[in-house]
Design a protein around this ligand. Structure first.
Ligand code: ASP
Length: 361
């Protein structure tokens, strides 16, 4: 009941202020990024963390935008922005990923370009530093679309992608998130991973405070980027550690083309974040594109239908970033926040976190 009330309140907020779109003129290039969606309360996000997230979003946005402004490929812009966020422990992707119930970081990512509908994805990586680069290698250097597990790490290594010890991905905040997640279910935490720093008392305390901003069900912070480049290619990519306490080799929506990521030139590019099971069941990214392509909906109308209405009705939570048919950037979410940012060739820029923040266009 309480859950339903929260979702209804969030849906109202989504209608009020979180479906936004850039100006009417057609940009030469555009980029929109997210760093995860969920229950983000002003009261819990300290001014320091708030500023840190905004700075990290700005940095990733600038890295992608620079490539696009210089006439570079959208796929390069996506990889540049996402690898920065994968290296940043603030985000649930690469270093800073959440932990599975067994105490492991298992990383998922995907990338797609809208010209030839080529796509690549990886699931359950444990040693590849940049999962988004592995997804791109699958797209460009293999005959497949989705590779999983240790063999996918081996494929990445054989294509020259940096391999790290699993402890590289460890952060105290996400570990404490797992401890809290399991404690709420009356379960003991797994053994602390080998080779990671011992939990000093003050470090653990700071991390517990930071972990407290994460949702009870999952520590969000998935990252994604959607772009339109100057050659007229739409593309999107997503990278995540998945959901805290995931079990049994669980794979979410992020590496599934059509659920967490989709791109089609002249129609749309989408990257999603939220509880992946709902995005999988709705085929969210492809569904948004199909509404634009087949029903002629504007990108914001498609987001309203899929995120505000359908995802909410199913009990799902999260959001998406999207680029529409004219290169316009758009956000849609049914949660109280989504770390997000956008910029286009006309200089239309926004960095925002809370659902009621940002330009209501
Ligand atoms: N969608 C991701 C997953 O379910 C998690 C997230 O975006 O927060 O794996």
């Amino acid at each position: 009941m309480k859950h339903r009330f929260i979702l209804a309140a969030c849906a109202a907020m989504a209608v009020a202020g979180s479906l936004t779109i850039a100006r009417a003129e057609t940009p030469r290039w555009s980029i929109v990024i997210h760093g995860g969606a969920g229950v983000i309360d002003r009261a819990q996000l300290s001014p320091d963390l708030d500023a840190a997230y905004r700075a990290a979003l700005d940095k990733a946005l600038a890295a992608g935008a620079k490539i696009l402004a210089e006439g570079g490929a959208g796929l390069d812009a996506i990889e540049a922005a996402i690898t920065l966020m994968e290296d940043d422990p603030l985000f649930n992707a690469g270093r800073g990923a959440v932990f599975s119930a067994e105490g492991r970081n298992e990383l998922d990512a995907s990338i797609m370009e809208g010209t030839g509908l080529k796509a690549g994805a990886v699931a359950g990586l444990r040693t590849t530093r940049h999962p988004i680069s592995a997804a791109r290698a699958v797209m460009e250097k293999s005959p497949h679309v989705l590779l999983a597990g240790a063999d996918a790490d081996r494929f990445a290594a054989s294509n020259g992608l940096e391999q790290v010890k699993p402890g590289y991905f460890f952060t105290e905040r996400r570990w404490q998130g797992l401890v809290r997640f399991l404690a709420a279910r009356g379960e003991a935490p797994p053994k602390r991973p080998r080779g990671v720093p011992k939990a000093a008392k003050n470090v653990a305390h700071t991390a517990v405070k930071a972990a407290a901003i994460d949702s009870a069900t999952h520590g969000f912070g998935t990252v994604g980027v959607a772009v339109m480049d100057q050659k007229g290619q739409w593309a999107a990519g997503t990278s995540t550690g998945g959901t805290t306490g995931k079990r049994w080799g669980r794979v979410g929506d992020a590496p599934i083309i059509g659920a967490g990521t989709y791109a089609q030139d002249g129609i749309c590019a989408v990257s999603a974040t939220g509880t992946g099971e709902y995005f999988l069941r709705l085929g969210v990214a492809r569904r948004i594109c199909a509404l634009v392509e087949l029903r002629g909906l504007s990108i914001q109308a498609a987001l309203r239908q899929v995120i505000t209405s359908e995802l909410t009705a199913l009990g799902g939570d999260g959001g998406v970033i999207a680029i529409g048919p004219r290169g316009e950037t758009a956000f849609g979410l049914n949660t109280s926040g989504m770390y997000r940012a956008r910029l286009d060739s006309a200089g239309d820029k926004e960095i925002s976190i809370f659902a009621d923040e940002g330009d209501p266009r």
